[in-house]
Design a protein around this ligand. Structure first.
Ligand SMILES: *[C@@H]1O[C@H](CO)[C@@H](O)[C@H](O)[C@H]1NC(C)=O
Ligand SMILES: *[C@@H]1O[C@H](CO)[C@@H](O)[C@H](O)[C@H]1NC(C)=O
Ligand SMILES: *[C@@H]1O[C@H](CO)[C@@H](O)[C@H](O)[C@H]1NC(C)=O
Ligand SMILES: *[C@@H]1O[C@H](CO)[C@@H](O)[C@H](O)[C@H]1NC(C)=O
Length: 298
């Protein structure tokens, strides 16, 4: 029991040590900083009293580096090759922050600060990434599949569906570093009419719903089917009407036709005696055979 407790304490100590080293490492490699395009970003230096000099070194991904220096003895700020949007936001004796107004894609890069006072030099670095909120759209394609699009976002947005769906997702990267994500909901896997698209992004979470087999289009379908039936029925009615009238006309105007049927009827009456005759003969024959059979028996 005591051994286990000791080991637990040792484990905890090791954990704390690992955590400490990790935090130290992140200090060295720099903080990740994210700013939304068009917004302002503020990065702070280590807060030190009686700083004699503060320097910001900026190395953007695109374009040349820019330096910003403050000398306390002269109470003066120098800027070299920095944009007008980049400025010191110094509150002397306290914090020496850097402010970027209306962050743009070109501001992405590494920012490092150095504060010098009697105690020594202190550093702080940032890796600035610029976030671009995607433009969202949800629509039905020609095959009545819902399509959810998060256009020109940075980083790429994530799209999910309710109900869950094995959607087809396509990702297009643009030259300016933004990404368009397009997800297609395949309707075959569900009976539900309304589907919901959820877009996850560092700058926004948004939910949109759509019904692609809309009742309006169904109504149009039903109406067209009903119309089709009506047309067929009227067509058949017209044909029947003409057939009926045509026969009545022929009965009235063409008496020879009736005479022809009469003659045909006469023919049958003429034939009839013959058939009766054959039948009669047959009966005679049958009776004869019966007679012979009767004679042959005993
Ligand atoms: C920023 O710093 C990281 C790591 O410290 C490095 O990999 C990267 O190349 C740097 N980027 C620029 C633009 O200096
Ligand atoms: C430094 O200069 C600014 C104006 O540029 C002034 O407002 C401020 O009071 C000065 N600070 C000191 C400590 O002289
Ligand atoms: C500032 O920019 C100019 C050209 O735009 C370049 O020649 C110069 O070397 C740059 N200075 C620094 C300190 O990067
Ligand atoms: C978006 O949602 C995720 C998880 O639900 C959450 O962690 C994050 O803070 C949200 N972001 C915004 C900008 O609302």
């Amino acid at each position: 029991m005591k051994k286990g407790a000791d080991m637990k304490i040792a484990g905890k100590a090791a954990c704390i040590f690992v955590l400490l080293t990790i935090t130290k490492l992140t200090r060295i490699t720099g903080n990740r900083m994210a700013a939304q395009v068009g917004h302002n970003a503020v990065m702070t230096c280590p807060t030190k009293t009686d700083a004699t000099m503060v320097t910001w070194k900026i190395s953007p991904k695109m374009g040349g580096p820019c330096n910003l220096g403050y000398r306390a003895d002269q109470n003066k700020t120098d800027k070299t090759n920095c944009s007008d949007r980049v400025n010191c936001k110094f509150q002397p004796e306290q914090s020496y922050a850097l402010e970027i107004r209306q962050v743009g894609m070109a501001d992405e890069g590494n920012y490092s600060c150095e504060v010098v006072n009697q105690e020594g030099n202190f550093h702080q670095t940032y890796q600035l990434t610029v976030l671009v909120p995607p433009r969202l759209s949800l629509y039905c394609d020609n095959h009545r599949n819902a399509v959810c699009e998060a256009a020109a976002g940075r980083p790429a947005a994530e799209i999910s569906w309710v109900p869950e769906n094995n959607s087809m997702t396509r990702t297009d990267s643009h030259d300016n570093g933004t990404v368009t994500v397009l997800s297609r909901f395949t309707a075959h896997s569900t009976n539900r009419k309304t589907v919901t698209c959820i877009v996850y992004h560092a700058t926004l979470n948004e939910t949109k719903s759509i019904a692609c087999s809309s009742p309006q289009s169904n109504l149009i379908l039903y109406i067209s089917i009903a119309l089709g039936f009506l047309i067929i029925i009227t067509f058949m009615a017209v044909i029947y009407y003409f057939k009926l009238h045509g026969c009545r006309l022929c009965h009235k105007t063409e008496p020879p036709d009736t005479s022809l049927t009469h003659s045909l009827q006469d023919d049958t009456t003429e034939v009839e005696p013959y058939t009766t005759y054959v039948q009669k003969e047959n009966t005679i024959y049958n009776s004869v055979s019966d007679l012979t059979v009767g004679q042959n028996l005993p």
